[in-house]
Design a protein around this ligand. Structure first.
Ligand code: C2E
Ligand code: CA
Ligand code: CA
Length: 596
């Protein structure tokens, strides 16, 4: 209609005044219009070509007879086709025959058919022989012709697969994570035959934190990867292995003859993981603790089995590590009691239910008390007074020792500030306080608020401080010593390597553990050992204190040795701060009497 209206207008424009038409003029007008239309068409097809060949997607159109009408270069590139292959008129089947890949016959979620206003939409995927994945979206029009666009989705698909993998695996070791492990356990438990027994080992590397602290996180990561490799080799194809957390792994062993099979596996794990990591000078040795629960005896559900293996693991840990424990129902009761104690302990910190008792340190030469060791007591609202050995290990494990230790330092310094100026105070400091708090700052605050001279403060540490965090502890110890605070090595002789630690730091004092004094009166060898340790301390220029002196005979024997101080029930048991003046008065009178 538009063309007809135009022609009418052109004719009207050519009418002369006499009513006749100007033929020449009409021809010119019509030809001009044709030329302009041709120019427009050429411009349009040029634009279309630019769009087609610059589209980042492959595009092709097939007519209702399934013959190619048009396609772009990207389409050729995606499917590795030549220009000749994509001539107009080529049939779909001959195109497909030239493609170096396979159309997936069924792609779940991708061979969908949607209906849109234009027609049916089909999604397809191609697995190309070179590994690429190409997705095609085909719009089929009502007359059977179709337009399709094609894209390389290899990277997107890989990213999606990686995300899906990471949701269920640990990126460091590539092992299944906790979420995946639970699913695998669910499946294994559901598939269990009546006679099967499924054993779960929950394992944890002992003291891995200190490895991380001393060697650095990247060395720690390397070790974890090696641990995973060793466990993978042991677990083989028949057992399920996972990494549950930082230094925690789990193995599910399906089969029969339990507990024998799982015992054998645990044994292998213990041996394999005790082989040093890294070689040469940097060799690191690790040990592992394991908790074991067996289905159906210890639980029939994933959740319960995991919990019980965890309970057994914490028993293995608290039983001195390096070993495995099978779950028992008593363990659970004990664990509940521990949780209750932990809850009470948290409240105790808040409510200040703690108290310090003081036990005299007795100077053998001056024959009088020269100081006191502060010993912590917990006045539990219902259970009465609780001894430190019953709650300090727990407080250390859950980190509460940091707050408690800070309080002890402050209280001890404040109490000591009220004593005569020549009386010292000794405070016990746990290994955890060296890593988890700013010990130097805590000591400074305690000294500042109490106005106690640093020379009157002694810090008692055990070898565990140097064993677990030597790198962090040594500078702190040096800094404290620089300020005039004295450092004592406590419980000397009870650890693995007290001797080697003596040379790593210039201790002011060693305190020989009370276990050495027990037999010195009746047993010559015990006496000889005691003498040797005293001489050693003396030779190193350290003051020597003997702990746990309970009788006058022990005291008399020690008086003949180069022992500087003694501590023990023979002098006095630990007493409340209130009793200190009285203890000092008695000791002072005694010292004067002896001197006369
Ligand atoms: P320790 O530092 O070796 O303290 C000496 C322990 O031996 C004290 O036990 C004391 O009561 C006990 N004792 C003293 N004289 C004798 C004796 O003649 N014979 C015997 N058999 N024992 C004697 P206590 O007070 O139960 O403290 C036990 C441990 O708890 C301490 O051992 C220390 O390692 C820890 N501890 C106590 N207070 C604190 C504290 O404030 N902080 C930290 N981190 N640990 C503390
Ligand atoms: Ca001590
Ligand atoms: Ca001690």
């Amino acid at each position: 209609m538009e063309a007809e209206a135009l022609f009418r207008r052109q004719c009207a424009a050519c009418l002369k005044e006499d009513g006749t038409a100007d033929g020449q003029r009409l021809i010119k007008l019509v030809l001009d219009t044709y030329r302009q239309a041709n120019r427009n068409l050429a411009e349009q097809s040029r634009l279309l070509e630019i769009v087609l060949n610059h589209l980042p997607l492959g595009l092709c159109i097939f007519d209702s007879g399934q013959r190619l009408v048009v396609s772009n270069i990207r389409f050729q590139q995606l499917f590795g086709l030549e220009t000749d292959d994509t001539r107009a008129g080529t049939s779909i089947s001959s195109l497909i025959a030239k493609i170096d890949g396979l159309e997936k016959s069924e792609v779940r979620g991708t061979t969908r058919e949607d209906r849109s206003d234009v027609g049916r939409i089909r999604r397809r995927e191609w697995d190309m022989n070179d590994g690429r994945i190409i997705q095609s979206v085909v719009t089929v029009l009502p007359d059977g012709s179709n337009i399709s666009i094609h894209a390389d989705i290899t990277d997107d698909r890989k990213a999606a697969e990686r995300i899906a993998f990471l949701a269920h695996h640990d990126p460091l070791t590539g092992l299944p994570n906790r979420i995946r492990f639970r699913e695998q356990m669910d499946t294994a438990l559901a598939a269990r035959k009546p006679d099967d027994q499924i054993a779960l080992i929950h394992l944890n590397l002992d003291r891995f934190k200190s490895v991380n602290n001393t060697l650095g996180v990247s060395a720690g990561d390397k070790i974890l990867r090696q641990v995973a490799d060793r466990l993978r080799a042991l677990a083989g194809k028949s057992n399920i292995l996972a990494r549950l957390g930082s230094d925690e792994f789990a193995i599910l062993q399906c089969g029969r003859d339990q507990p024998w099979n799982v015992m054998a596996l645990a044994d292998q794990i213990r041996r394999e993981l005790s082989e040093p990591f890294f070689r040469g000078e940097k060799a690191v040795e690790l040990s592992v603790s394991m908790g074991i629960a067996i289905n159906p005896k210890d639980g029939t559900e994933t959740e319960v089995l995991l919990k019980h293996a965890g309970v057994a693991l914490s028993h293995a840990k608290s039983g001195g590590r390096r070993g495995e424990r099978f779950f028992t129902s008593e363990m659970e009761a004990q664990l509940e009691a521990r949780h209750a104690l932990e809850a009470d302990l948290r409240r105790a910190v808040h409510n200040e239910e703690f108290e310090l008792h003081y036990q005299p340190l007795y100077d053998m030469a001056a024959r009088r008390i020269c100081g006191f060791e502060a010993l912590l007591r917990w006045n539990h609202p219902t259970r009465g007074r609780i001894a430190p050995m019953e709650f300090i290990p727990l407080a250390e494990e859950v980190g509460l020792i940091v707050d408690i230790g800070r309080w002890v330092l402050k209280r001890a310094c404040m109490d000591a500030a009220a004593w005569p100026a020549d009386i010292k105070v000794a405070v016990n400091v746990s290994a955890i306080q060296f890593i988890s708090s700013d010990l130097e700052e805590d000591v400074s605050t305690a000294l500042a608020v109490s106005e106690l001279s640093p020379a009157r403060l002694e810090i008692e540490i055990t070898e565990s401080v140097l064993m677990e965090n030597r790198e962090e502890a040594l500078p702190i110890l040096h800094a404290l010593r620089q300020r005039g605070i004295r450092i004592s090595m406590d419980d000397f002789g009870t650890g693995y390597s007290s001797l080697s630690y003596l040379s790593s730091f210039p201790f002011d004092k060693i305190k020989i553990d009370k276990s050495f004094v027990n037999d010195i009166v009746d047993n010559k060898e015990a006496y000889a050992i005691m003498r040797a340790i005293i001489l050693l301390g003396d030779a190193l220029g350290m003051r020597v204190t003997v702990e746990g002196v309970e009788t006058a005979q022990q005291h008399d024997l020690l008086a003949q040795e180069a022992c500087d101080e003694i501590q023990g029930y023979h002098i006095s048991s630990p007493r409340p701060a209130f009793d200190v003046p009285q203890l000092l008065a008695g000791s002072h009178a005694q010292g004067q009497a002896q001197a006369m």
